[in-house]
Design a protein around this ligand. Structure first.
Ligand SMILES: Nc1ncnc2c1ncn2[C@@H]1O[C@H](COP(=O)(O)OP(=O)(O)OP(=O)(O)O)[C@@H](O)[C@H]1O
Length: 384
């Protein structure tokens, strides 16, 4: 099977808390300010409509200034973050050298930590048992196997994390900076293993500020700035685009993005309750819907068996939780709606149906998320 990574209009918004700056005098002023002016929650866009096509054989350099969104993009590709809108398809097994001590517990022994980290990487315990000696030997920690992790030096812990994280060869390797830690002996072994893993991977995505390394390892490049795609292409052109970007930033010139047009407004939301009216033929839906500009859309459609059935909005409901999450002006973003669907006689018929949102019923094309309770209700009806 060919490995592949494909993103379309990949966008990630995260909630953040902003404390308004206010000059206060003395302790009392500070307490009053903290009590009466809690931080305001709003959304920040970390990735903005990224389209990428990474194919088998590509070694991709992620280029960009500090804070451009390189690590965030790697985390989305590794499924640590779910995109707010847009799609990510990753075909092939994935190894992420992003946080190599994920799963470690300082109170457990070194040997136990091999299992803990292994579980975090989805490795089988039989694999870890078979490779235990090899992992400990690579990390140079055979004589420390029974010691608690917290008694190890930080360099020894990093060596252990590296030894476990690189113990398996995967199709796709995601790296945030080349591993560069440890004493000279360990570095020689670590570099040899990294080169081995890179050449055994079908796809490599490497975020780094080391231009020499990127030129050596990569054949493709992706340049990001402020979460947006500036350039994607071969490595020589990408490095040129990156240096041009740095020069423009230095000279305060405008930056051109690949997605220069504003792009469509994204609609997002969820269906949290679903029911069928007595006798069937009418579906009742409850949930919420907003667009990426903070407006509340009106169009709702049930896509059922290849046909689109427009919903009638019965009521707008107040959703302060959604308002807080997205930092909206208004909290009337909940809906209660009905859809006439004559062929639907039981909830089981709705298995595979999608609820689509948009500003009008004709425009509705953005799939709303089905809450776990809705998925469970349909699954129960299918089983019954
Ligand atoms: N959970 C979060 N909440 C709010 N902002 C975040 C969060 N994670 C990252 N950011 C912000 O997103 C931006 C991109 O961060 P990211 O770590 O992806 O940058 P980077 O390109 O990897 O930078 P560097 O080269 O310094 O490693 C930064 O401005 C950062 O402050």
């Amino acid at each position: 099977m060919q490995a592949r990574i494909r993103t379309r209009q990949l966008t990630l918004d995260v909630p953040t808390f902003l404390q308004r700056e206010r000059p206060v005098s003395g302790w009392a002023g500070m307490f009053l300010s903290a009590a009466f002016e809690p931080p305001r929650r709003s959304l920040v866009r970390l990735l903005d409509r990224i389209d990428l096509d990474i194919r088998d054989g590509d070694r991709v350099a992620l280029l960009g200034r500090n804070g451009a969104g390189k690590s965030t993009l790697l985390r989305v590709l590794n499924r640590v973050y779910q995109p707010t809108s847009g799609t990510v398809e990753v075909q092939g097994s994935c190894q992420a050298l992003l946080n190599m001590s994920l799963g470690f517990n300082g109170e457990a022994t070194v040997r136990e930590n091999v299992y803990l980290r292994g579980v975090a990487m989805d490795l089988r315990s039989s694999f870890l048992r078979r490779h235990m000696d090899e992992i400990l030997e690579f990390a140079g920690l055979q004589d420390k196997a029974g010691h608690r992790l917290r008694t190890l030096s930080s360099g020894q812990r990093l060596r252990l994390g590296f030894a476990i994280s690189t113990s398996v060869q995967h199709d796709i390797m995601l790296m945030d900076e080349w591993v560069g830690t440890g004493d000279a002996n360990f570095m020689a072994r670590a570099t040899a293993r990294m080169q081995d893993r890179v050449s055994g991977s079908r796809i490599v995505v490497l975020a780094s500020h080391s231009v020499g390394l990127l030129r050596e390892v990569c054949n493709k490049g992706v340049v990001l700035e402020a979460g947006r795609l500036v350039y994607a292409g071969d490595i020589v052109e990408s490095l040129r685009a990156y240096h041009e970007l740095l020069a423009k930033v230095r000279d305060n010139q405008p930056i051109e993005f690949e997605d220069a047009d504003a792009g469509p407004v994204q609609v997002m939301g969820a269906v949290e309750e679903i029911a069928l009216a007595a006798g069937g033929g009418q579906v009742l839906l409850k949930g919420w819907m907003v667009d990426s500009q903070g407006r509340v859309p009106d169009g709702l459609v049930l896509d059922f068996d290849g046909c689109r059935y427009a919903a009638s909005l019965r009521e707008r409901t107040r959703r302060p939780d959604v308002q807080r999450h997205f930092g909206l002006q208004d909290d009337a973003c909940g809906f209660s709606a009905t859809v006439e669907v004559p062929p639907a006689t039981t909830l089981a018929d709705l298995s595979g149906a999608r609820v689509l949102g948009g500003h009008t019923a004709a425009e509705a094309g953005a799939p709303l998320r089905l809450a776990p309770a809705v998925q469970a209700a349909i699954a129960r009806a299918v089983r019954a």
